[in-house]
Design a protein around this ligand. Structure first.
Ligand code: CS2
Length: 478
């Protein structure tokens, strides 16, 4: 079978959408770090629609670690298909990527980051890619950061790349680019900015001040359920397109991108393609992380324990679905601040409806990855605030205990855990005796105030014991 490329684009079936611009004639205005499925299905979709009216916003995609996606894009002239899986499914080809840079293309990447036409840098490197410690600040003991301090011109981390590129722009008397962090972290832009300033300050205090004064790192909220592209999906896509597409992605119809504040001069008009510019991104971000992602992680750890594979399957388990929804409505929503234009009740209902989308098979095991990085934003912040305000936590501790039981199960069975702290987790999770205390002692996950709170400790231990004794139904009835 032939492959998707500029040469085969014209042969695709009529039902497949294609770029409304000529991919070879667009300019590069965006550099993106981490071209995984979420970027290709979300930000690239917005830029693809923008390119129909403004050819300045092609993307250069950089992957600092894994070359697979980059190689697939290279084989396909940067083209890939996006399938929207909803009541009326559709597939269209995206041609927004104009450069694809792997771990060996450092010089080209540095040149693109320093180019006058590069106005925006976007990132989806997952929570762990920012090298932050348990308090959300740059971890100066992280191997990549130690490397970047010693070798500023050949960085390993995205933080090092941003500092180096901003230094080059300052030397060339160019404006800094705007950095849009698109990962699921509370205050994502502010955290990335603080990390960049911290590393820049170690190199040159004036550089750090220049970045602080001139560069923008708005907070963003990104949302669209994007299951990983497995072999079965790639086969179905090839059948639909009539050509092979190794970089194909799928997502639900719903997508949202909220960016803090208005655009500054020179930035693309993202509002024209549906991006929301808001002064209350923090509120949107918190609601999304705590309701959608918090419920996702809850369904993942409890659902896997109950033998379910996907979110939609877990949602057919009446006890599990009802427990998760009760936890969100009664324990998560009361802790959220009011956000203009966002009704938490209706928002929650819409999210649970999305989880039931029969066209999407989103694996719980995918959501269970990187629990150590996700739980703080998704559940522990809610629990910490609930304790301070005297709200109940008896339901909120159940997913935390379920994550601990998941770690224990993996440690006993020898099935690897996908998590940057996997070694620490497996070491702590071997024996059930004292496991809760050992995991609570990991400072990169549990803030001291929570880890030493007797009521929280007792509630987690109690829920973990119940899970260990197979009394999951009792917990779900809470
Ligand atoms: C999921 C998210 O994998 C996960 O942990 O919770 O990727 C989720 O699907 C997205 O944040 C939805 O916007």
């Amino acid at each position: 079978m032939k492959r998707l490329s500029l040469a085969t684009l014209a042969q695709l079936p009529a039902a497949i959408g294609r770029p409304a611009y000529h991919p070879a004639s667009i300019a590069t205005g965006i550099v993106h770090f981490g071209p995984g499925a979420f970027h290709r299905a979300h930000q690239a979709d917005y830029f693809d629609r923008l390119l129909a009216s403004d050819p300045r916003w092609g993307i250069a995609a950089a992957s600092l670690r894994t070359p697979d996606t980059i190689e697939a894009l290279a084989r396909q002239d940067g083209l890939y298909s996006l399938s929207i899986l909803d009541e009326a499914p559709s597939t269209r080809v995206i041609g927004a990527h104009r450069a694809w840079l792997g771990p060996r293309d450092s010089e080209r990447l540095a040149a693109l980051l320093a180019a006058p036409d590069t106005h925006i840098v976007t990132t989806t490197v997952t929570e762990k890619g920012y090298c932050l410690d348990g308090t959300g600040e740059l971890d100066l003991g992280h191997g990549d950061i130690l490397h970047d301090i010693a070798n500023p011109a050949t960085p390993h981390s995205v933080i090092g790349w941003l500092v180096n590129a901003l230094a080059a722009r300052r030397s060339a008397q160019l404006r800094p680019f705007t950095v849009l962090c698109c990962d699921n972290m509370t205050g994502n832009g502010a955290k990335l900015r603080a990390a960049v300033l911290a590393l820049a300050a170690l190199r040159d205090a004036d550089l750090s001040r220049w970045i602080a004064d001139r560069a923008h790192f708005p907070d963003t909220m990104v949302d669209s359920i994007t299951p990983a592209s497995d072999a079965a999906f790639l086969d179905q896509t090839a059948a639909r397109l009539g050509v092979v597409d190794d970089a194909a992605v799928q997502r639900e119809g719903f997508a949202q991108w909220v960016i803090e504040g208005g655009p500054i001069s020179g930035e693309p008009d993202l509002e024209s393609v549906g991006v929301i510019r808001s002064s209350s991104v923090a509120g949107y971000e918190r609601a999304k992380l705590r309701i959608l992602n918090g419920a996702h992680s809850t369904l993942a750890y409890l659902g896997l324990a109950l033998g379910h594979e996907s979110v939609r399957e877990a949602m057919t388990d009446a006890a599990l679905a009802a427990f998760t929804e009760r936890m969100v409505r009664q324990d998560v929503v009361p802790g959220l601040q009011r956000v203009e234009g966002l009704d938490p009740g209706a928002y929650t209902s819409a999210i649970f409806a999305r989880f039931r989308n029969p066209a999407i098979c989103h694996l719980l095991s995918q959501i269970a990855w990187d629990g150590s990085q996700k739980l703080p934003y998704r559940l522990l912040d809610t629990i910490g605030e609930a304790r301070q305000a005297g709200r109940p936590i008896e339901r909120l501790v159940v997913p935390i205990a379920a994550w601990m039981a998941f770690v224990h199960d993996r440690a006993r069975s020898g099935v690897p855990i996908v998590d940057p702290l996997a070694d620490d987790l497996l070491a702590a999770g071997g024996s059930a005796e004292g496991l809760v205390e050992r995991l609570l002692a990991i400072r990169a996950i549990f803030p001291p105030a929570l880890a030493t709170d007797p009521e929280f400790r007792a509630a987690v231990s109690d829920a973990f014991d119940a899970l260990a004794k197979g009394r999951i139904a009792e917990l779900l009835a809470r």
